[in-house]
Write a protein that binds this ligand. Structure first.
Ligand SMILES: [Zn+2]
Length: 275
């Protein structure tokens, strides 16, 4: 299927993913196959008739007790980076990604588009946790439809800090204080998921919890996850948070503890922007 066979708005959202994937690579936030992006495109397929009997069907390879996608994700359609694919190769989204539909049992998926044209193409190994984040947001009435996980250098470096890594309020504060925009555009702050195995249920559940209360979730000593209306907005959350971490670490590297925006000025920002 060619890209123009997809609904226009779905193509539009995939193009945003392509653009953001380029930024992640340029920032050195996406070495090798690190990081992943998914977008829920379901609403754009409402007028499209899909005959799943004609589509390649794959079951999830990890099917244990209770394993699988959340039940209410059945029938949802996503664009997602492929397993083992490079973010930088999302420049051609039908090579490094695919459009898939979760099956009726939420135990597998139908391939609709991309995936190198292979009928057994697999999404990123983090995809189940992405779907858990997507569905948790949607159940809460959020308009967020994109999940981005990447390896932002300064946020990761700060998650190695002996005090900040163990204290998400302090971690958030040191980022907020560096620039008014960080306080204004990351109003719910940054949550930290203590180090655990990538791809595990522990990291998935921890991330869902943190993203209920915060704009960005840090995976300690690993990376960051954020959601947004689209790929640009999800990227913005991580980008702004990383700016705070970068400035803080630059001050420490210059040999001084930064003064930071004062508590009173931060409070004024909170009131002015209604945060
Ligand atoms: Zn990662």
């Amino acid at each position: 299927m060619k890209m123009d066979a997809l609904p226009d708005q779905a193509v539009n959202e995939i193009k945003k993913v392509v653009e953001v994937a380029g930024y992640l690579w340029q920032r050195e936030w996406a070495e090798r196959n690190g990081g992943n992006i998914s977008v829920d495109l379901t609403e754009y397929f409402e007028k499209t008739t899909i005959d799943s009997s004609k589509l390649p069907h794959n079951l999830l390879s990890i099917v244990g007790e209770g394993a699988g996608f959340p039940k209410d994700s059945a029938g949802h359609i996503f664009f997602v980076k492929g397993g083992g694919e490079r973010i930088r190769e999302l420049a051609d989204p039908q090579i490094a990604g695919c459009v898939l539909m979760i099956d009726e049992e939420a135990k597998g998926y139908y391939l609709l588009w991309g995936g190198r044209g292979k009928s057994d193409y697999k999404p990123t190994s983090e995809f189940i946790s992405h779907v858990e984040i997507h569905m948790d947001k949607q159940r809460a009435g959020s308009s967020h439809r994109c999940v981005v996980h990447t390896h932002p250098l300064d946020l990761i470096a700060l998650s190695h800090h002996p005090k900040c890594a163990a204290d998400e309020e302090l971690y958030t504060h040191v980022c907020w204080q560096m620039l008014p925009e960080v306080r204004a555009f990351i109003p719910k702050g940054i949550g930290i998921v203590p180090y655990c195995m990538p791809g595990s249920q522990t990291i998935a559940e921890g991330t869902v919890q943190k993203l209920r209360k915060h704009d960005v979730a840090i995976w300690e000593k690993h990376g960051a996850v954020a959601t947004g209306i689209d790929a640009h907005e999800a990227f913005d959350y991580i980008d702004v948070a990383n700016k705070g971490a970068k400035l803080y670490l630059q001050c420490l590297a210059s040999g001084y503890e930064p003064q930071g925006v004062s508590e009173k000025d931060m409070q004024d920002l909170k009131e002015t922007f209604n945060l």
